[in-house]
Design a protein around this ligand. Sequence first.
Ligand code: MD3
Ligand code: FE
Length: 217
Amino acid sequence: MTADLFDGLDTPASAREPLAPGAMLLRGFARPDEVELLAAIEAITAQAPFRRMITPGGHQMSVAMTNCGPFGWVTDRSGYRYDAVDPESGQPWPAMSPLLRELAENAAREAGFPGFAPDACLINRYEPGAKMSLHQDRDERDVGAPIVSVSLGLPATFLFGGLKRTDKAQRHRLVHGDVVVWGGPARLAFHGVAPLADGEHALLGSRRINLTFRRAR
Ligand code: MD3
Ligand code: FE
C-alpha cells in the first residue's frame, strides 16, 4: 500500500489546510490549469479590460478589476452592486468558460460545498503597491453560498480577520495556484490584501491576479 496521503478525492490530504472554521486552503489546486486559465483571462480582458473603479466615497481603487459570467461586481459613486452589463461597454460581461466554472465547482466540492453554482467571477489585478483594505463581502444575495478564490502570479499576504473589523487578523501567504474556499462561519469575516511586494513571476511578470467565484443572485 502507498502512504495514506490520498483520501479518494483528487487532492492529497497534505495539500488541504484549514485556515479557520469554514475556510479551506487547497495549495496548488489551480496549478494543473495555469496555462488555460491565463489564456481564458486574456480572452476576457480583451473584451472587458481591467479598470480601476471608483468607490462610493470617491476614491480610485489601487486594484484593477473586470468580471466574467452572468453578473459582475462594480462600484461607482452610486454604490456597490452586481450588474449583468459592463458599464464601460454597455455589453454583457464575457462568459464564464466551463474551465473556470468547473475549477470553482470542484474546489467548492473538495471543501464540503457540493452544488456550488457561481454566477459571477470578479477578476482582480494587483501591481506592486496595490492593496485591498479590510472589508466584508456582503453584496451577494445568499451568503450561505461560499466564495472560491484563485491566486495567480506574484505571492500576496492575505489578511483574515473576524466578524468585527477590529478583530485581530491572521496573515497567510497565498501563492500562484492556491485556491481558497470561504464558506460557513468564514463567509462574513473581514479580509484584505497587504500592499503587493515587487517581484517577477515566470508566467505573469510583476502582477498578481485573483479570481473570486461568487453566487451573486
Ligand atoms: C474571505 N479579494 O475580491 S481573495 C474580493 O486577493 C477580495 O483579491 C482578495 O477580497 C484578493 O472581495 C481576497 C480571498 C477572499 C475572497 C472573498 C472572501 C477571502 C474571503 C469572502 C469572505 C471571507
Ligand atoms: Fe473580499
